[in-house]
Design a protein around this ligand. Structure first.
Ligand code: ATP
Ligand code: MG
Length: 395
């Protein structure tokens, strides 16, 4: 028998006709995540099997826990045939090295032509355990150990070590989205949730040097690096926003600063998204969090673009967002105290019900089309790679 890792798929099992595409992508993503491991992968529509040639199960497991599309990760044993006496013998051998007092057997039989039914298999194997392990008993409600057996077409599997995967769809199966990535708590979480739905992300960061520092930019790059673990890499567009912000600050009534500034950001994002084949913009807006996130503000800001804007956190409260940020380990970086371009030039009383006619009237006071053109043409692009200190300049 061979020790191996078995993957149970997530929500994509509901895809009837397209499942092949989802599985192919998942395999590609698993291969990228495990490229430093010595492994071989086999898969079919029910399971993916990973043979770890160096017995590096722990590191393979922790890398797989960051691959979307995986519901459960199992460390188990593959038997060369599904012969029942072989299953009994193997189980007898395996339980000798495991400590438990109570157990139950769960059987899954995808080979429906097998000579025994699932309840029959569970019953006989239960007897095998009772006979060969001293001091144990069956407890079907709260067992210390669940012994799983799976009878497949040609082989059988035994396992009792299972770990939760991160669920969702494999990244890339649903196309690309452009994440507005600030250094805050919310936007990395929004990016994580979009990736979880199978969206591969590129990111855009607006900086305003000298009003924002290099440290603020480094912080965003660090966040992109954490997100890159789930996304293979993150292409980060860094847009200089200084001139636009200064023009707004000098020419436009201050209560409309933020509204107009965000309309400019959206316009720039829509252009970058179009050029990068991103089908949506993703951001960390959450209803009511700040003046620019009232329903009226969101309407006035959203109006300047046609591309869908997805706000994964729209209905989350801050504590829920922080919980995810801690889980994905972006929180500690996000709370570093460097300023964002949204937090400089903040008016005392930002409008919470902006009028579209006023936005349009005020925007005529600045040559925003030229400024946007300039910002797009001077942007910097970096490919951020996970767990690698070297950034590769690609533009
Ligand atoms: P976060 O904690 O993610 O910064 P926030 O609560 O500070 O969010 P805002 O500053 O109003 O909220 O920004 C709302 C969203 O706009 C952010 O979540 C992010 O998606 C986007 N955004 C804000 N500032 C920037 C920036 N400098 N570059 C790119 N996107 C930004
Ligand atoms: Mg912010």
């Amino acid at each position: 028998m061979e020790k191996l890792i078995i993957i149970k798929y997530g929500e994509m099992t509901t895809k009837k006709d397209n499942i092949g595409l989802f599985l192919k992508k998942l395999k590609e993503n698993v291969e990228v995540a495990l490229k430093e491991e010595n492994i071989t992968i086999n898969y079919d529509s029910g399971r993916m099997f990973i043979y770890c040639h160096n017995h590096n199960f722990d590191s393979v497991l922790s890398r797989l826990q960051k691959v979307f599309g995986i519901h459960e990760i199992i460390i188990g044993y593959e038997l060369p045939s599904n012969d029942f006496s072989l299953i009994q013998d193997s189980l007898q051998e395996l339980i000798q090295n495991v400590n438990f007092k109570t157990f139950k057997i769960e059987t899954k039989r995808s080979n429906k032509k097998y000579s025994l039914t699932s309840p029959e298999i569970s019953k006989i194997l239960g007897g095998t355990v009772l006979k060969n392990k001293e001091g144990v008993s069956v407890d079907v409600h709260h067992p210390e150990l669940i012994i799983h057996t799976e009878i497949r077409l040609e082989k059988a599997y035994l396992y009792f070590e299972t770990y939760k995967g991160c669920g969702g769809y494999p990244v890339g199966t649903l196309g690309k989205g452009l994440l507005m990535l600030s250094g805050g708590i919310d936007s990395p979480v929004a990016g994580y949730l979009a990736m979880k739905r199978g969206v591969k992300i590129e990111a855009v960061y607006f900086e305003s040097p000298p009003h924002t520092s290099n440290q603020a930019k480094n912080k965003v790059e660090s966040l992109a690096k954490i997100l890159a673990t789930y996304n293979q890499n993150v292409k980060l567009h860094i847009v200089k926003f200084t001139e636009i912000q200064e023009a707004i600050y000098k020419n436009i009534p201050h209560e409309y600063l933020i509204t107009i500034m965000r309309r400019m950001m959206y316009r720039i994002c829509a252009i970058i998204a179009g050029k990068s084949n991103c089908k949506i913009i993703v951001n960390g807006e959450s209803i009511g969090q700040v003046a620019s996130q009232t329903l009226t503000s969101m309407g006035a800001i959203n109006r300047v673009v046609n591309i869908p804007v997805i706000r994964p956190l729209a209905c989350f409260d801050k504590l829920e967002i922080i919980e995810i940020a801690k889980k994905i380990e972006t929180f500690e970086t996000s709370i570093l105290p460097y300023e964002d371009c949204c937090t400089i030039f903040v008016p005392d009383h930002p409008v919470i019900n902006p009028e579209i006619s006023k936005c349009e009237e005020y925007e005529k006071l600045i040559p925003y089309e030229d400024l946007i053109y300039q910002a797009i043409h001077t942007k910097e692009v970096k490919l951020i790679i996970p767990e690698n200190k070297e950034y590769e300049e690609i533009l």
